[in-house]
Design a protein around this ligand. Structure first.
Ligand code: ATP
Length: 336
């Protein structure tokens, strides 16, 4: 099992600083997910760990060994990208076996490993097919299988599901979760901008913002105790509501954050009152958008199909005082 240590890691492309000093400890066998807005440096950080990009300064160590100048293959990593990059003229078996054949592995052992990986990913029936005879999800599983057979110490994923449609994303996400459970010796790092993937797959999530680490924690730690407005707004869907001015001052905060699922409505009384401007019925949930006079409408999540009509007057209150108070710097406000 491999622990990964990043110490003051920086990356510049010419004069453009992309990674601006990252310190991060990834535990052996951990599933770490990098999230953050587009362009914050997630893929670059992953590529620095993989060895596909050179580190400008700082150190990267796998266990006790500094690997800054090692090639990807010397680091013992395998990587799965958004584009599957399979060889179109080779069968699934040959695609999966290619790296091992190149390394002059024993034919029997190659066959055993390919079959084992194919079974794990439920693509055993397709080993004789060409990539063009597979669906997108199956192709991505071949790409994952190709990485598994190499028995990597560290497994890196760069948005592997983003080319798949919604149903396949869910299915392949489950495959990756199962994979992690069965490969608990392998340290995994996964880049995504998808909330659900991050929350469901990660042991811990690292939120990046503009080339620095904003917060690292388990999915629930980030959800329950965001250490900045940025993380509070980034983790959770629909997004946390933010209120300022008199709405926040009542609570001794510069900004008050309340998640849509932590608000309840009443026809009679409540903390705030406003007019319903829109009700989005999704079947399982309804999102109510209520104008309480603040800058943005409050979003309230209700179970099932809400019966309220636009124009209706509603009262809204936080459930069990489930609120987040932030100071002017966007950090949690000290308790008054
Ligand atoms: P996304 O979610 O959109 O994929 P990201 O967080 O993965 O974004 P990166 O791909 O790491 O972001 O890019 C971070 C920044 O570095 C971007 O502004 C990008 O344009 C820049 N960048 C990435 N690679 C290079 C390169 N080879 N040369 C110059 N700039 C680069």
């Amino acid at each position: 099992m491999t622990a990964i240590h990043l110490d003051a890691v920086r990356k510049s492309f010419g004069t453009f600083d992309v990674i601006k000093g990252v310190d991060l400890e990834i535990d052996p066998g951990e599933f770490m997910v990098f999230v953050g807005p587009s362009g914050c440096g997630k893929s670059t950080l992953l590529r620095l760990i993989s060895g596909l990009e050179d580190i400008t300064s700082g150190t990267l160590a796998f266990d006790d060994k500094i690997v800054n100048s090692l090639t990807p293959s010397q680091r013992g990593i395998a990587m799965v990208f958004q584009s599957y990059a399979l060889y179109p003229h080779m069968t699934v078996f040959d695609n999966m076996a290619f790296g091992l054949k190149l390394a002059k592995g024993d034919a029997g052992e190659i066959k055993r490993r390919v079959h084992k990986a194919a079974e794990m990913l439920q693509i055993g029936a397709y080993l004789d097919r060409l990539p063009k005879q597979l669906s997108g999800g199956q192709r991505q599983r071949v790409a994952i299988g190709r990485a598994i057979v190499r028995d990597p110490k560290v497994f890196l994923f760069d948005e592997p599901l983003s080319n798949l449609d919604a149903a396949l994303r869910v299915q392949t996400r489950l495959e990756i979760a199962k994979l992690h459970a069965s490969m608990h010796e392998t340290t995994m790092i996964y880049v995504t901008h998808d909330q659900v993937e991050a929350m469901t797959l990660a042991d811990r999530i690292c939120v990046l913002r503009d080339g620095i680490v904003e917060q690292v924690g388990t999915p629930l730690e980030l959800y329950e105790n965001p250490q900045s407005i940025f993380v509070a707004g980034f983790i959770g869907s629909p997004k946390m509501n933010f209120l300022t001015d008199k709405y926040a001052q009542t609570y001794g905060a510069h900004t008050l954050g309340v998640r849509p699922e932590h608000l309840q409505i009443s026809q009679k009384d409540g903390t705030w009152d406003g007019k319903l401007i829109l009700a989005e019925n999704l079947g399982s949930d309804t999102y109510l958008y209520i104008d309480i006079g603040a800058k943005d409408p409050l979003v309230v999540r209700q179970d099932g199909t809400a019966r309220q009509q636009p124009g209706e007057r509603l009262f809204i209150s936080p459930i069990n005082n489930n609120i987040h108070r932030f100071d002017q710097s966007g950090r949690p406000a000290a308790h008054s």
